[in-house]
Design a protein around this ligand. Sequence first.
Ligand code: AKG
Ligand code: FE
Length: 682
Amino acid sequence: NPTSTRRLCVSSAPGYCPAPYDFLFDTAVEAYSKGDWFSVILNMEKALRNEATVRSVKARCRVSCANQTAFGEPLGGLGVPIPGAGSVEDLGFFQKILKRAECVKSCETEKLGPLTVHQVSEEVELEFKKRTPYNYLQVAYFKINKLNQAVAAANTFFQANPDHMEMRQNLEYYRMMEGVQQEDFKDLEAKPHMAEFLLGKSYYSDDSFGLAAEHFERAVDEYFIADEECRALCEGAYNYDGYNYMEYSADLFQTMTDHFLQVLNCKQHCSVELASTAGGNKPFEDFLPSHFNYLQFSYYNSEKYEQAVECAKTFLLFHPDDEVMSQNLAYYSAVLGEDKAESISARQVVRQYIQQSILEKELLYFGYEVFGITFVDPDSWTPEDVMPKKLKDKQKADRETAAKITEEIENLMKEIETLVEEKKKDSSDMAKIIVPQEDGTLLYDDIKVTMTSKQLNGTQRVLLDGVISDDECRELHRLSSAAALKGDGYRGRPSPHSQSEMFQGVTILKAVKLGQEGKVPLKSARLFFDLSEKVRKVLELYFRLETPLYFSYSHLVCRSAIDEKQEDRKDLSHPVHADNCLLISELNECIKEPPAYTHRDYSAILYLNDDFEGGDFIFTELDAKTVTAEVHPQCGRVVGFGAGKENPHGVRAVTKGERCAVALWFTLDPAHEEKVWIISVV
Ligand SMILES: O=C(O)CCC(=O)C(=O)O
Ligand SMILES: [Fe+3]
């Protein structure tokens, strides 16, 4: 009797307002540890009852308050805006908010007593969700020989915990016991709408269409009741999850928006919540609409054509383009008579439900677009145009980019694998390849040997031209800038070699990684690899190596002159050095020991441009002073040389512009190979 409850609750007489269920739960757990089974049952059953009461009171209060203080037209609402009237109308709006708050508050306190008492911890809430109380109850009932109740409790617990092995065994054990009947295996927490739906389905599959229709109808009624409760319970406290709420500072409207959209999101989620069964299985798809699909067919089979028409039309509210249903409807209408069928309309509750849900979705999408508050539509029936085009395009583009990147990575991986394979094969064929002589004859189709060792006044040296095209030079140059920009957020760092220059570089690995992250074109990363591979092969051929060359390290490097620091420059862009030993020019010595990269056997520098001043590459004697040859960089040019003491070299100051080159080092020792193809794990 609500009146007496109300009177007693307001007077806060203990024992009438429901006791907090977390307290009862704890009491029951304690009694359990003492083996006080009666107290377990008493307190746990009360806890379950009170939890349900709190939940339903809250939901009912919110629903009835919504009915009493619906927002609708603003108080004293005027059609024509009058200057200054805005604030008055605003007040009308907020007046309604305050009224609603008052209603909810008093309604809940009247029925539940002081509300803070019912604020339970998340853990306890979770225990109730997991149906833990029934685990305790099952034991307690069993101990006092109340078998039927024990079975029901066990079964109720098991529905939500289908992986619980002990409970499965208990149930099997109960099944064999005398005095236990099939009807005892109840689900005491079964949601009526779901129970009816499942019953309907089982009759349906038994071809008992009359009974099926009855239960599906009840399921629909219960669905809307459950939906109302679910939605009302969404209007709870703001969930700061992820936020430190002390740092949350939003203005009035942003706060309202944040909270309101969170509530709406929760309300939209009710369609998933209600489509879920206790055991954590996947929720039923297209749950509410499917009721009407089952119904129309059940009615048809019961020869109830009017209802069949009604339900088919109702289903079509969700899926207007469903061909099968349209055909069904046409058929039922023909049987019933077109005129009669015409006069039957789809169910009003469903029409309203759809209308409201679409409005909610529109608001949520607005919030998504404008405030970035994510909304993922849980329904499959939503009409195409509800999602704003901009958002749709963006999502489509995102999906496409993601797919493209995945595809490119896959291709890249495949090709790298083939390359590695080919490389292995090639290397074994090496000895058989007839190599053009050191006389300037063509090597590859477009590659020309411009200078031989002799012309370069040394040994193990070569200058090649036409190794890569102008387009390829430009693409690699772009890759370097993009990588420097995207990789570290700044375009260059002071050169390690000269105060008057900036330096920016990227390795193949880094390029591929940036490619995978979508920060540079994967195609360019790919080109970097391909061209490096080409240079490797050419060197192998040119120097007539008996065993394969392996990548040791490769680096795309741009050096640029700092304009203000060019006066009186005497330093080099890259001091004279050898690549695999420590050059001690005073002693005319080169010591092959770490920290030198002693495993490097050959070096090649692939140049990308010539629109800069200075920057010539020089070979010197071991004294690091006597220049024996010089090379002016240009796109497609490669200087290749043995990495040891026979080839000290350096780079003259870059005094204007930016000089880009790919520096490549090779080893004959497979153990020191740079693992470019393990990119999948970087
Ligand atoms: O960029 C060049 O021309 C040469 C660079 C070089 O020798 C090196 O990085 O070891
Ligand atoms: Fe070098």
